[in-house]
Design a protein around this ligand. Sequence first.
Ligand SMILES: *Cc1c(COP(=O)(O)O)cnc(C)c1O
Length: 326
Amino acid sequence: MYPNHIQLGQTMTPIFKLENISKQLNKNIYIKREDYTGIELSGNKVRKLEFALAEAIKDSADVIITCGALQSNHARATVVAASKLGLKTHLVLRGEEQEYINGNLLIDIIFDAEITYLSEEQFSNHNQVMIELKKQYAEQGQVAYIIPLGASNGIGNFGYVNVFNEIVAQEKDLGISFDTIVCAIGSGGTYSGLLLGNKLNQMQKRIVGYSVGGSSNYFTSRCVSIMNESQKYLNVAIHINEEDIIIKDRYQGSGYAKTSESDILFIKSIAKLEGIVLDPVYTGKAFKGLYTDIEEQVYNDSQNILFIHTGGIFGIGAFSEWFHMK
Ligand SMILES: *Cc1c(COP(=O)(O)O)cnc(C)c1O
């Protein structure tokens, strides 16, 4: 009853207990290492691509067109995954062509991705730009398949339904039941996939998302529309109540990909405490939100909490000058 997918990532990613943090906060805090989905494929995006690229192949695509920021994790994962499948990738990136390249962009270039660089202003029309590119490929006799921002759409949504099912299987092995699952929200597909997994499994876990740029209202409506798009792939009707959607926007700081002294110091403190590196764009903000909210008694009725480490390791280099701070 689910759409097809192709296995691309290293899945059944491990779940660990964060022993020191659990003691500090007097709760059982676990982490699911979605940053272990592969080296080049690291992070959450490969989960959504497993579904989106299966659809692209079904549509006989020759080239994948997608978009993102200059240091987009999603763009990099798409380039790597498409390459493995023998497909070309054309990226539409927000930013200027760089002389010195690092991080995700370096990987894009190693794989010879085609790149169109857009200014901030031009990027506001990225969907139109992708449609134009698709037309140009068609004129050359090539089929292009467009994956929207972050693969957060009806098909990509099933990536985190799969992860939710994995979590349910792992709970049995671990002998634990998570009452709450927490993730970062950038384009919404990870969060809405978990929510859909919760529904399809008829479970009542609390799924909490921390926005890294964008208001709760905005992401609540994004989430509803992603769900509506997913409906066409399902033969059961899904009803998401707005009360099921818990999205917090207090920890986004000054916006997407903007960091702060306190975020950096938090990331360093967690690294030293647990031996885990979070990233400044997504997981650092989300985990800081969870940690602070637990301290502020927001999670009083949760006992077993699972945080999803969605990746972002290649993005860290772009913030290197910040990390000297102590
Ligand atoms: C994209 C991304 C997210 C956010 O996931 P969405 O599905 O876009 O909301 C979180 N963490 C990392 C590292 C990401 O690259």
